[in-house]
Design a protein around this ligand. Structure first.
Ligand SMILES: Nc1ncnc2c1ncn2[C@@H]1O[C@H](COP(=O)(O)OP(=O)(O)OP(=O)(O)O)[C@@H](O)[C@H]1O
Length: 257
């Protein structure tokens, strides 16, 4: 039997097309009784759901529903008040090679404006002990190769999103967590992102992304997790929802305001 993916050493060869990410036990993301209180505010309350590998899962909820807090707890950036989140069967803090297990694009991804796109990725790759050859591979994958020599201050919002995705892909991770990746993308950019996300899941990776753009979500996901006021409202296949996504969503989160 091959060793668990997290214990293997990253290499350019392994990142080539053809590697599957869901053929090992313990893949996917699993959230169990996750709760987070900030003082008197309960941002996330007793959330339990699974994010299957090899599928695209949309993470939906109104403003303030607790999505970002949940994603940050999965990534070990926020400590849960109780419960746990497992990536590939392990808590983030226990992952032997976190970059290999999960890549993330969070909303507040900051890039030094004076640095060139390629240099950002070189610095990130070096800091993570990843091969320098990955930089050009991920630039190609996100369609940023031609702009890689330009300084980030001249990048559009969509180009910054692509750079964030490139950084997330550096470690060739089995799981991707993307907080509103469609933010700032024009229609062509959204169509491109949809193709990228679907392609990543088709390779067997676990993809969890949050979005407020329901029309885009409906075209992109297989699976959905919907939260409201920190609590779970739905977890399951898109196809099992009652009616069109927008109507089902508004029914679930009380959208008659
Ligand atoms: N560090 C913090 N300190 C105090 N309260 C916080 C903190 N982070 C989040 N919250 C609160 O937790 C709740 C959930 O916020 P969160 O950002 O997780 O929601 P969200 O679903 O991602 O919202 P949006 O769609 O607007 O990005 C909100 O009431 C928010 O004000």
């Amino acid at each position: 039997m091959t060793p668990p993916r997290d214990d293997s050493t990253p290499s350019a060869a392994e990142s080539s097309v053809g590697v599957r990410y869901d053929d090992e036990p313990g893949t996917g993301i699993s959230v169990r009784g996750l709760t987070k209180r900030f003082g008197s505010v309960t941002a996330v309350r007793d959330l339990t759901f699974d994010v299957p590998a090899g599928q695209v899962t949309g993470f939906l909820g109104p403003n303030g529903a607790g999505k970002s807090t949940t994603l940050r707890m999965i990534l070990g950036l926020v400590r849960p008040t109780s419960g746990e989140a497992l990536v590939g069967g392990r808590r983030f803090a226990d992952l032997p090679q976190p970059r290999r297990a999960v890549g993330a694009v969070l909303e507040a991804t900051g890039f030094h404006p004076g640095r060139r796109g390629r240099d950002h990725l070189r610095v990130a790759a070096r800091a993570a002990g990843l091969p320098a050859g990955r930089v050009d591979e991920v630039l190609d994958r996100v369609g940023l190769a031609d702009a890689a020599g330009r300084r980030v201050r001249g990048y559009s919002l969509g180009m910054r999103q692509r750079l964030g995705l490139a950084a997330a892909l550096l470690g060739d991770p089995a799981a991707l967590i993307l907080d509103e990746p469609a933010n700032g993308l024009d229609p062509a950019g959204m169509a491109w992102l949809r193709g990228l996300i679907r392609g990543l899941a088709a390779e067997g990776r676990t993809v969890l992304f949050s979005s407020h753009v329901l029309s885009e979500v409906a075209q992109t996901v297989d699976h959905l997790v919907i939260v409201h006021e920190g609590a779970l409202r739905y977890a399951g296949p898109l196809a099992d929802l009652d009616g069109p996504l927008e109507k089902a969503f508004l029914d679930l989160v009380g959208g008659d305001r």
